[in-house]
Design a protein around this ligand. Structure first.
Ligand SMILES: O=C(O)CCC(=O)C(=O)O
Ligand SMILES: [Fe+2]
Length: 514
C-alpha cells in the first residue's frame, strides 16, 4: 500500500546550504578573474616596455645593433627572456581556485538530484495543467512572481522528459528553447554555450518520437542550415521523410495520450474541492476526554463517512517553530549525498522525513497528550512523530496509511513487532506551515480537500469499526507549487484501543472478524 517512507529528493530545508555553496563558488570564480587580471596586468605593462625597445631597434636596425649594448641585449633577450615568457605563459592561472573547486565537488547536487527536481517541476506543471509558457515566466497558477526560468533550466526539464520517454511533455518545454536562445545571443555572449543546433535537434527528436513527423521536418531543416553535414540530423531527416512518404494522411489530431486512471484521479482531486455536503459543520469538541471541558477543540467536519475532521489551532506558533527547528537541524545534517542506495521504484513520495520520539521532551509529551484529547486513543504503543518537509513539487501519491494486516496475508518485510502493535487505526496529521500554492491533502475517492494551515491537524480513522482497512481513506498530498510544506504525522496503532474502540461488526456487514 505504501511507498517507502524515505525518498531521496531534496526537501527545501536541505537545499538551503546549496545557496551557501553557490556563494562560495561565485567568490571562487571571482578570485579566478582576479588571478587572470593580475596576469594580464603584468603582461600588458611588460608589453609596453619590450615593444618600445623593439621598435627603437627596427627604426634603423644597423645603427641600433652597431651599439654593442643593443647587440648584446637582443641576443640575451631572445635567449633568456623569451624562454621565461614562454614559461610564464604556460603557467596555469587560478590553480588555487581550481583546487578549491575540486574540494567542493562532493557538495554539488548529483544528476539524481537534478532529475528529481525536473520531475517535481514537471509534476507541478502537469498536475495543475499549467501552461509551460506562463510557468517559465513566473506566472504560476494565475499569480505573477518576480522570478522566471532560464533557457538552460527549461532545456534541462525538456531533456529529462525526453529521456524518460515522455515526448509530448518534453515538446512543451523544448519548444520554448530555440527562440529564446536566439534572443539571448543578441544580448550577451554565453560562457557555457547551449548550441542552438542541439536544442533544435532534441526538439525534432521529441516530435519524431511523438509521431509528429511534419512538425519535425522544419526543425531538422533548420538544424541542417546551422550544421549542414551533421550525420545524426541527416539520419533523422531520412527517417522522417520516409515516414511522411509512407503515411501521407497521418492525422495530427490522433489521440496519442494514454489514459492513466489513477494518475488522473490524483490530478482531478488536486485541482480543488468538489461541492461539499451542507450537512457538515463546525463545533467545539468538549467530550472526547474530560480535559476538553476546560479546553474544547475547535472542530471542523471535513466529511462524515469516512469520518474526517480538522482540529483548528492545536499547535502554537512557538511549538511549531520548535518542531521545525529540531527537524530542520537534523535533516540538514543528513548529508545530501549519503544514502544513495535507492531502489528505483517508490518515487511516490518526494519529501524528507525526520522521526521524533514521543517521549523526546516536554513538547512532544504535551503534543502526545493533546492527540489523546483529539482522538480518545491510548498512544503508548503508537508510532513516533514523523516531521516531513516537502521539496520541489513535493507530493505523496494516492495511498492508504494502513497496512491491512486484518485482511491480507502479509508476507512482506514488516516486523513481527509491528504486526503485534496492530494496524494503523487512525492518522493525525499536523500542518506546521501554510502553503502558498498547492500542497493540499486530498481524499480522491470521496472528494475531500484540505489546504494546509499552520497549527491545524486533520484526523481520520483508517480502519472501519470491524478492523478492516477502509479503502475510501485513500489520500494523497498534492504537489506543492509554491511554499515550504511542513507536516507532522502520528499513526496510531490498533491493539491498545481494544476497549476504547472495540471491533463492531458493520451494520449490514459480512464481517468475518470476531
Ligand atoms: O502531507 C500530506 O498532506 C499527507 C501526508 C500523508 O498522507 C502521509 O504522510 O501519510
Ligand atoms: Fe498518508
Amino acid at each position: 500500500h505504501r511507498p517507502l517512507e524515505k525518498s531521496h529528493s531534496l526537501s527545501l530545508v536541505t537545499m538551503v546550504p546549496l545557496l551557501e555553496l553557490e556563494k562560495k563558488l561565485i567568490d571562487n570564480l571571482e578570485n579566478y578573474t582576479n588571478a587572470l587580471e593580475q596576469k594580464l596586468e603584468i603582461i600588458r605593462s611588460q608589453l609596453l616596455v619590450i615593444r618600445a625597445e623593439n621598435e627603437k631597434g627596427r627604426r634603423n636596425a644597423i645603427s641600433y645593433l652597431s651599439n654593442p649594448l643593443n647587440g648584446f641585449s637582443i641576443i640575451r633577450r631572445l635567449h633568456q627572456d623569451w624562454i621565461n615568457w614562454r614559461k610564464y605563459m604556460e603557467q596555469p592561472v587560478g590553480i588555487w581556485q581550481l583546487k578549491a573547486f575540486y574540494s567542493w565537488k562532493d557538495e554539488l547536487p548529483t544528476e539524481r538530484d537534478l532529475w528529481d527536481a525536473c520531475e517535481g517541476i514537471a509534476r507541478i506543471q502537469s498536475t495543475y495543467d499549467l501552461k509551460v509558457g506562463d510557468f517559465i515566466n513566473g506566472n504560476i497558477n494565475g499569480k505573477q512572481y518576480n522570478d522566471s526560468m532560464s533557457t538552460a533550466d527549461i532545456l534541462s526539464v525538456g531533456a529529462y522528459l525526453f529521456m524518460k520517454n515522455r515526448p509530448s511533455d518534453a515538446i512543451q518545454w523544448l519548444q520554448e528553447v530555440p527562440q529564446r536562445l536566439q534572443e539571448e545571443l543578441l544580448i550577451q555572449p554565453r560562457h557555457l554555450p547551449i548550441k542552438e543546433v542541439d536544442a533544435l535537434r532534441l526538439l525534432a527528436e521529441a516530435q519524431i518520437k511523438d509521431q509528429n513527423y511534419s512538425e519535425a521536418l522544419p526543425l531538422l531543416h533548420n538544424c541542417l542550415k546551422l550544421q549542414p553535414h551533421d550525420a545524426r540530423v541527416l539520419r533523422l531527416w531520412k527517417k522522417t521523410t520516409d515516414f511522411i512518404e509512407n503515411q501521407p494522411d497521418q492525422s495530427p489530431t490522433e489521440n496519442k495520450k494514454r489514459n492513466v486512471p489513477i494518475a488522473n484521479a490524483f490530478k482531478l482531486s488536486c485541482n480543488g474541492p468538489l461541492e461539499s455536503s451542507t450537512r457538515l459543520h463546525c463545533f467545539y469538541n468538549f467530550t472526547t476526554t474530560p480535559f476538553l471541558r476546560l479546553a474544547p477543540l475547535k472542530t471542523e467536519q471535513i466529511g462524515l463517512d469516512p469520518y474526517v475532521v480538522l482540529y483548528h489551532e492545536v499547535l502554537s506558533a512557538r511549538e511549531i517553530s520548535m518542531l521545525i527547528g529540531k527537524a530542520a537541524q537534523n535533516m540538514k545534517n543528513t548529508k545530501i549525498h549519503k544514502e544513495r542506495a535507492v531502489p528505483k521504484k517508490n518515487r511516490g513520495r518526494t519529501a524528507k522525513g525526520f522521526w521524533l520520539k514521543k517521549e523526546s521532551n516536554e513538547l512532544t509529551k504535551r503534543i502526545t497528550r493533546r492527540i489523546m484529547d483529539m482522538t480518545g486513543f491510548d498512544l503508548a504503543d503508537s508510532e513516533g512523530f514523523q516531521v516531513i518537509n516537502y521539496g520541489i513539487g513535493g507530493h505523496y501519491f494516492l495511498h492508504m496509511d494502513y497496512f491491512d494486516f486484518a485482511s491480507s496475508n502479509h508476507t512482506d518485510t514488516r516486523s513481527r513487532y509491528s504486526i503485534d502493535l496492530g494496524d494503523r487505526i487512525a492518522t493525525v496529521l499536523f500542518y506546521l506551515t501554510d502553503v502558498e500554492q498547492g500542497g493540499a491533502t486530498v481524499f480522491g475517492d470521496v472528494g475531500y480537500y484540505v489546504s494546509p494551515q499552520a497549527g491545524t491537524a486533520i484526523f481520520w480513522y483508517n480502519l472501519d469499526t470491524d478492523g478492516n482497512g477502509d479503502p475510501r481513506t485513500r489520500h494523497a498530498a498534492c504537489p506543492v507549487i509554491v511554499g515550504s510544506k511542513w507536516v507532522m504525522t502520528e499513526w496510531i496503532r490498533e491493539k491498545r484501543q481494544i476497549f476504547i474502540r472495540p471491533c463492531l461488526p458493520k451494520a449490514k456487514g459480512t464481517s468475518t472478524k470476531s
